[in-house]
Ligand binder design. Structure first.
Ligand code: KIV
Length: 271
């Protein structure tokens, strides 16, 4: 993303500028201060404190059980650590669906208690009024359409959205969130051609999570891109490291060293 001075804070306007100038926007999720500082210093444009923390941090099997109280300290840690990256707080399931008032109250909590710079919520047409109310109150909103993990049980699993005739619904969702004032929209697990149509038919930036290359930017869950877990990875994930293997090896070395008396050595002792 265009940024004249490396340490200048990324702002909402930089998303639109990047999109208008064809400069890719790069985001990662983050849930703690140490990873946030690394990603921030490496020039990642935005950090999403996603409710994927449910699986990554809290050990749930989906994002559904995640609460506002669980996400607030994680978001605060990321916002404290990020000097340049734009920090976005994810509104968890059940914290905005009752209507615009509930959505705004939740957004206020995140803005006041975490120092994030924006919020994200799921849903297109169905969440448009919530987005409008939050934006009108002065809080930037990133929308999220296509596959929306909080609706996993309604959708019937982790399934690609927008194939065939269903593409029209994805387009309608994109237009609804743009009209409501979202500054950007995440497209999760939709066919690349549908993401291309969306990107060409709205003005705000589109951010792909498994929606192919024809978008304004890419976002990945950091524990996926870094290979931290030993489970199955979605097709769209490219693993840039094998942290699961590296950590497993390190833990085995530590255990062997302690068991064999190699650690601690004299240089690790105090006089
Ligand atoms: O919670 C999350 O990490 C997300 C991204 C996958 C978009 O919502």
């Amino acid at each position: 993303m265009s940024d004249p001075a490396p340490l200048k804070r990324v702002r909402k306007r930089h998303f639109q500028q990047a999109r208008d100038n064809g400069i890719p926007i790069v985001g990662l999720t983050s849930y703690d201060a140490l990873s946030a500082a690394i990603f921030d210093q490496a020039g990642i444009d935005f950090l999403l404190v996603g409710d994927s923390a449910g699986q990554v941090v809290l050990g749930y099997d989906s994002t559904v059980p995640v609460t506002v109280d669980e996400l607030i300290p994680l978001t605060r840690a990321v916002a404290n650590a990020a000097q340049r990256a734009f920090v976005i707080a994810d509104l968890p399931f059940g914290s905005y669906e009752l209507g615009p008032d509930q959505a705004l109250q939740t957004a206020f909590r995140f803005m006041k208690e975490t120092h994030a710079q924006a919020v994200k919520l799921e849903g297109g047409v169905r969440s448009a009024e919530q987005i409008r109310r939050i934006v009108t109150a002065g809080i930037p909103v990133m929308a999220h359409i296509g596959y929306t993990p909080q609706s996993e049980h309604q959708i019937g699993g982790h399934l690609v959205q927008g194939r065939g005739d269903a593409a029209d619904a994805v387009l309608a969702d994109a237009h609804a969130v743009e009209d409501a004032g979202a500054f950007a929209v995440v497209l999760e697990m939709v066919p690349s051609e549908v993401a291309k149509r969306v990107t060409e038919s709205i003005r705000i930036p589109t951010i792909s999570v498994g929606a192919g290359p024809h978008t304004s930017g890419q976002l990945m869950v950091w524990t996926d891109f870094a290979g931290l877990h030993g489970g199955r990875y979605p097709r769209f994930v490219k693993k840039y490291a094998d942290l699961h293997g590296v950590l497993t090896q390190a833990v085995e070395s530590f255990r062997n060293d302690v068991e064999s008396g190699v650690y601690p050595a004299p240089e690790h002792e105090y006089e």
